[in-house]
Design a binder for this molecule. Structure first.
Ligand SMILES: O=P(O)(O)OC[C@H]1O[C@H](O[C@H]2O[C@H](CO)[C@@H](O)[C@H](O)[C@H]2O)[C@H](O)[C@@H](O)[C@@H]1O
Length: 266
């Protein structure tokens, strides 16, 4: 059940008077953009960029932290219309900032995995391969039995990841094969360190967001005020929902939180 406005206000209270020292980190799919059947059709909920613009100069940093390639999230979210926002793509592997993209070289295992992913999809109707350059995602949302096909694919994906030095990250009807050694938790810790922030708000919805939740809790031990928001929906991670301080109704609920945040004193 989504938080009432009074509950949102109460949760944000510890950030009153310290906006300027707060990092606001937001997942993209399911948090800024409603979930849709085809990844390429995702787009930020109307009002997102206006809401981000109203906040961006008042906080230490707004970052979109996503499993997408950074430039995909920028394009789908029109994030280049929000000066000051940074986008950490591929779970923190890439950084996009003011039109400049920092991205490492491709992992050697990725081309092999890509080829094999297309083979696995060819024999499973409805399975879609998202070629993300640095990673490969097998989507089952449009299969007749999305959960069943995901479980059928899982051991193949696990073996492929292990054989090619990659990491398997499951998500909402998706299995992602991606470079190991990066996650949203490490990305968030770096952001807080770089900005010297004393508070952090993180909003997520899926399994790939859990390392960021751990980071928020660990940062609290060193005095950084943390608030975790779960953008809820039928498919949101139950673990994330339980771990969150505030549960709101999908991207519309996240926008409500951000609008309320913008009313706080700096
Ligand atoms: O970290 P995120 O920004 O949440 O990205 C995670 C993955 O999201 C995308 O897939 C999900 O959204 C799709 C569009 O709504 C949906 O069709 C799919 O079922 C979801 O799993 C994206 O396609 C992946 O590349 C991201 O890694």
């Amino acid at each position: 059940m989504s938080a009432e406005p009074a509950e949102i206000r109460a949760a944000l209270e510890p950030l009153e008077g310290r906006l300027v020292d707060t990092v606001v980190a937001l997942d993209f799919d399911g948090v800024l953009a409603p979930i849709v059947e085809r990844p390429e059709d995702a787009t930020a909920l109307p009002g997102t960029t206006a809401t981000l613009r109203s906040l961006v100069e008042r906080v230490a940093q707004i970052a979109v932290v996503t499993g997408r390639p950074a430039t995909d999230a920028v394009r789908l979210g029109a994030l280049d219309t929000v000066p000051g926002v940074v986008v950490l793509g591929h779970y923190g592997l890439q950084r996009w900032d003011a039109g400049r993209l920092d991205s490492p070289d491709l992992e050697v295992g990725v081309p092999i995995v890509r080829e094999r992913a297309f083979e696995l999809a060819a024999t499973r109707p409805g399975v879609y391969v998202e070629d993300k350059g640095h990673s490969v995602a097998l989507h089952t949302r449009n299969a007749a039995d999305p959960g069943g096909v995901l479980e059928d694919l899982r051991p193949h994906a696990e073996a492929l990841a292990a054989e090619n030095g990659l990491q398997l990250t499951p998500g909402r009807f998706v299995l992602e094969l991606r470079p190991a050694g990066v996650d949203k938790g490490a990305a968030l810790r770096s952001l807080v360190e770089q900005t010297g922030a004393t508070a952090v708000l993180y909003a997520g919805d899926d399994l790939g967001d859990l390392p960021a939740v751990t980071a928020v809790r660990e940062l609290a031990a060193s005095g950084v005020i943390g608030l975790v928001v779960c953008a809820d929906a039928e498919e949101a991670s139950a673990e994330l929902r339980t771990a969150a301080d505030l549960v709101v109704d999908g991207p519309a609920g996240v926008q409500e939180v951000l609008r309320e945040l913008a009313t706080l004193a700096s």
